[in-house]
Design a protein around this ligand. Structure first.
Ligand code: PXL
Length: 279
């Protein structure tokens, strides 16, 4: 049976992030990707000013209820950027409405990077996001998001093992789900993720390309979702996600320096399919 994902993110009309990367990446892997748009913005909020923001909070539960009524089932729900605290609770409710006991909940608590909350988020947003992470089977915070949700300090790379494992212990208090902590760097020149599955902690790394392109977190978690649904382990999925994301960044850096325009993930899709062993 073809697998089916429900992706719950905004649509940033321009800028290659959230639903405009989740849909093509998940589809390219042969997985059906339905979507609940949480908001429609003219661009993402990182680096553009004057963007439009059409809030779709009111549509979340009607969509969820309709899906439930139609008897639609999903192998996974993958949540990303949510536009407000109210949406966090509605997404919890929506997952309870159309999710089944077999639906995997993958939560990327998109809200911050480089030690700062994204524009427009209130200070209490990380504390509120904890409720959604608590329900998740897999969470994929970056270092900043993990620090903000656990009330630990944000520390720039290179990190110590003690710092990373402290963040993981803090996250473990929030969720019993699997944890993929991204942006981990022990040695300059290498960046990767800590993968905690139960008590089993493993690290994956790829060579670091010095660039901070927008939307790469969404590319990472979209790819991780594909790996997990294709039956790969958490560590294998994280490695594939990191390798694909790094490949996109490397290619883009050679072509386009403006990081707010996102990465050329489209040209790397053949490589994604090879990494996932689909071709
Ligand atoms: O890539 C994360 C993201 C998604 N959606 C919107 C954003 C951001 C990050 O800034 O602004 C609207």
């Amino acid at each position: 049976m073809q697998k089916r994902v429900a992706a719950i993110h905004d649509i940033s009309c321009f800028g290659k992030c959230s639903l405009t990367v989740a849909l093509p990446i998940i589809s390219a892997a042969g997985i059906e990707c339905a979507g609940i748009p949480t908001a429609v913005l003219s661009t993402h909020t990182g680096g553009f000013s004057g963007y439009t923001f059409r809030d779709l909070t009111e549509d979340i539960m009607p969509v969820a209820n309709h899906w439930k009524k139609e008897g639609l089932t999903f192998d996974a729900v993958y949540t990303g950027y949510l536009g407000s605290v109210e949406q966090i609770d509605l997404v919890c409710e929506a997952v309870d409405t159309f999710g089944t006991k077999d639906t995997l909940l993958i939560v990327d608590p998109v809200m911050a990077d480089h030690g700062r909350l994204y524009g427009g988020f209130p200070e209490n947003f990380p504390k509120e996001m904890v409720r959604l992470c608590a329900k998740a089977d897999i969470i994929t915070p970056n270092i900043t998001e993990a620090a903000f949700m656990t009330d630990m300090p944000y520390v720039e790379a290179p990190h110590t093992k003690e710092y990373i494992e402290g963040l993981l212990s803090g996250l473990r208090k929030i969720t019993n789900g699997k944890i993929v902590l991204t942006g981990v760097c022990f040695n300059t020149g290498e960046i990767g993720a800590a993968c905690l599955d139960g008590d089993n902690l493993e690290y994956i790394f790829t060579p670091h390309v010095d660039a901070a392109y927008h939307g790469t977190g969404d590319i990472f978690t979209s790819t991780l979702t594909c790996g997990v649904l294709k039956g790969k382990s958490l560590k294998e999925s994280a490695l594939i996600a990191a390798q694909y994301t790094a490949g996109c960044i490397k290619l883009t850096k050679e072509q386009y320096p403006d990081m707010k325009y996102g990465v050329n993930f489209e040209s790397e899709i053949p490589n994604l399919l090879k990494l996932l062993e689909l071709i």
